[in-house]
Design a protein around this ligand. Structure first.
Ligand code: CU
Length: 476
């Protein structure tokens, strides 16, 4: 039996250890697991000087180099706004340029995109994250990592080359679980110079749930109507700017899934009556030809107010509720890119996903994935608990290698996110070819705010910015 005296001192020792751990972690957490101040680069800054032995390159200095690329410049003003929804209802929102979603930014592949962000009166500050775009670290829009949140009266200039054509979107990354929901979202479309697909119409659609209440399709509560004539081919770019997965169907036409997360697929086959699971933050482009007679409808199975109706005439027969799920793991035509599940990897990480944690840890307590430029990194995602997790990586495209141990057999899939349902195991790989400090997080933003967010840090890269309650930079 335990000696009473020894037991008491053991308890005291445990309490002391707990207290020291609490102090070391930044004197406790206040919101969303954030301490008063944390350096997300993972560099130590000891009071006595010293610090990292590696001469640090700063994320703040990683900018788009000058070039002769054509410049497309936009101004976006963030403000508290009363928006009028279709049907006349009014809602309090936070907007870019007075509407939610904000303006659709359309540029051409290779353009130099310049965006002047001004914050009029969104009190906690805002940023713009260019979701899915591979760009220099300082332009990624993550408060406390790549910049400070832009306070009321302040501004920030974003500048990057849109190198990869595709369907992207933008949103504030300052308290994004709140700010995206309140309306700080918009579309970014990078049109291809050439491309494998031909179409007469090119439309982009945002599904969002404003204030977790109003189900909006491009800002409309009553669904979106788009022009398309019989026989015309339509590219419809679907963006899930909400947190929950949407099962989207195409009624009235056969279709191809031509792009996932903005990256074109190789040899996508023509399919019909399938539900496409689109996770939070993900994009799927579908291509179809309008029938000789009647409409095409594209809509969410479980939330039919997220709907797009194209063309005139009779409504199509709905997609059956029991129709199969679209499966990208064997869709399209293989193409050898030399990236295979059995190639050598420089580093392998396993991330076990809980309800709102990764490997049992949360937020800044999750050790970062540390990489060196040029390395090939394999990440194995294991969905253990909770609802769906659309895991999103900043600054890179990864290739999806395997699902549940089986290599993909169709088109290569390059993406910035992978959607996991409970029990799923995916392996992905990316080359560390964009030095910086990059978030890797669940794009169910409620999960991210609860701690399901971590970093992919390049060795030797530092940041002058800090996350935490002291700076007010909260990048969930
Ligand atoms: Cu999640």
């Amino acid at each position: 039996m335990m000696n009473k005296r020894t037991g008491a001192s053991s308890v005291a020792a445990l309490l002391l250890v707990a207290l020291l751990a609490w102090v070391a972690a930044g004197c406790g957490t206040i919101r969303g697991g954030y301490p008063s101040e944390v350096d997300m680069s993972g560099h130590e800054h000891h009071a006595g000087g010293g610090g990292s032995a590696v001469a640090a390159a700063s994320c703040a200095d990683m900018t788009e180099p000058p070039s002769n690329a054509p410049v497309r410049e936009f101004d976006l003003k963030a403000a508290q706004t009363t928006v009028t929804l279709s049907g006349g209802k009014k809602a309090e929102a936070w907007t870019y340029n007075g509407s939610t979603p904000g303006p659709e930014l359309r540029v051409k592949e290779g353009d130099r995109v310049v965006v002047n962000l001004a914050n009029e009166d969104v009190k906690k500050g805002v940023t713009i994250h260019w979701h899915g775009v591979v760009l220099p670290c300082s332009q990624d829009g993550v408060p406390g990592v790549t910049q400070d949140a832009v306070r009321p009266g302040e501004s920030f200039r974003y500048e990057f080359v849109a190198a990869h054509p595709g369907t992207y979107w933008y949103h504030s990354h300052q308290q994004s679980s709140e700010q995206a929901e309140r309306g700080l979202v918009g579309r970014l479309i990078v049109e291809p110079k050439g491309g494998a697909f031909r179409y007469d119409r090119d439309y982009a659609v945002t599904f969002q749930k404003l204030n977790d209440k109003y189900v909006l399709t491009n800002g409309r509560e009553d669904g979106l109507r788009l022009d398309a004539k019989p026989g015309e081919t339509v590219r419809l770019r679907l963006i899930n700017a909400y947190n929950d997965v949407q099962w989207v169907g195409v009624a009235g036409a056969s279709f191809q899934v031509v792009s996932i997360d903005g990256q074109d697929l190789n040899g996508p086959g023509v399919i019909r009556d399938q539900w496409i699971p689109i996770g939070g933050g993900q994009r799927y482009d579908v291509l179809f030809t309008m029938p000789d007679d009647g409409q095409v409808q594209v809509y969410s199975r479980d939330q039919t107010k997220w709907s797009v109706t194209l063309g005139e005439g009779a409504a199509p027969k709905p997609v059956g509720k029991e129709a199969p799920a679209f499966d990208f793991t064997g869709y399209g035509t293989p193409k050898d890119d030399g990236i295979t599940p059995d190639m050598p990897f420089d580093r392998t990480y396993e991330l076990v996903l809980g309800p709102t944690n990764i490997n049992g840890k949360s937020g800044h307590n999750i050790p970062p994935i540390v990489v060196k430029e040029g390395e090939w990194i394999k990440v194995r995602f294991v969905h253990k608990l909770g609802s769906e997790h659309p895991m999103h990586l900043h600054g890179h495209l990864f290739k999806i290698l395997t699902k549940n141990g089986k290599p993909l057999t169709g088109s290569p899939i390059y993406a910035d996110s992978v959607l996991l349902f409970r029990g799923d195991v995916y392996e992905v790989t990316f080359q560390a070819n964009n030095p910086g400090l990059w978030m890797e997080h669940c794009h169910n933003l409620g999960h991210a705010a609860a701690g399901m967010t971590m970093m992919v840090n390049y060795e030797g890269v530092s940041t002058p910015y800090r996350v935490g309650t002291k700076s007010g930079n909260i990048p969930d």
